[in-house]
Design a protein around this ligand. Structure first.
Ligand SMILES: N[C@@H](CCC(=O)N[C@@H](CS)C(=O)NCC(=O)O)C(=O)O
Length: 214
């Protein structure tokens, strides 16, 4: 089963933080995989095959032989279970839980910031208003969390949560939000990670997507 081919269905503009986490995990684990580009933003919707095979048709979608899965966190956890080394989550239960806490928070919370700073602005130029108070709070909480990680020993080694935080920080860093030195240092290190670079540097269409989604 493990030798079956792997396909990751991704946003065709390569501007989704949720796709990015799966892409980075596959790259870290040095697994061979194909990307299939969905053109959701051009109004084509989720590819028909996904409706048939996944109970919840969303992008990113993951295919491993006959097994199909959506929800980026579930995809990452499946890869960690099926291909344990090299690991993208810490071994110690409390560190593992901290990494998961961060990943769930970035996906289920941060709504105002995700709405006001779609990740495509980190790649393609766009126009945007100043952050609302709610999005300011999200940005501040994100920076506070990164500062805490930089000053404690909670997650001393790189994890997939670091990649998630790097992509999240890019929402604000690339749209003019000033970062404290420690946060900037975290971002620079995060972006230098080869697996993260592989997503950031992936070829993209020259023009931005027709409309913004986070
Ligand atoms: N919580 C999901 C987010 C996935 C998601 O919302 N994908 C959007 C595109 S960014 C999608 O597939 N939309 C298609 C639709 O809703 O029909 C994850 O982490 O994978």
């Amino acid at each position: 089963v493990l030798a079956h081919p792997i396909t990751l269905f991704v946003d065709g503009y390569f501007t989704s933080t949720w796709d990015a986490g799966c892409f980075v995990t596959l790259t870290e684990k040095q697994l061979e995989f194909t990307t299939a580009r969905a053109l959701l933003r051009d109004g084509q919707g989720v590819p028909a095959a996904l409706h048939q095979h996944t109970a919840i048709a969303r992008i990113p979608a993951f295919q491993h032989g006959d097994f199909w899965l959506t929800e980026s966190l579930a995809i990452i956890e499946y890869l960690e279970d099926a291909f344990p080394t090299p690991a993208v989550l810490p071994a110690e239960p409390w560190r593992r839980a901290r990494a998961r806490q961060i990943m769930i928070w970035l996906r289920s919370d941060m709504r105002a910031l995700r709405e006001e700073r779609p990740w495509q602005f980190a790649i393609y130029p766009g126009t945007y208003a100043p952050l609302s108070p709610a999005a300011e709070r999200d940005a501040r909480e994100l920076c506070d969390l990164v500062t805490r990680l930089e000053t404690t020993n909670e997650l001393p080694h790189w994890t997939i949560a670091h990649a998630d935080l790097t992509f999240a920080l890019m929402r604000i860093a690339r749209t003019g939000y000033p970062l404290a030195d420690a946060v900037q240092a975290f971002l620079v290190r995060g972006i230098a990670r080869p697996s993260v670079r592989a997503y950031l540097d992936h070829p993209r269409p020259p023009n931005p997507p027709p409309y913004a989604r986070s």
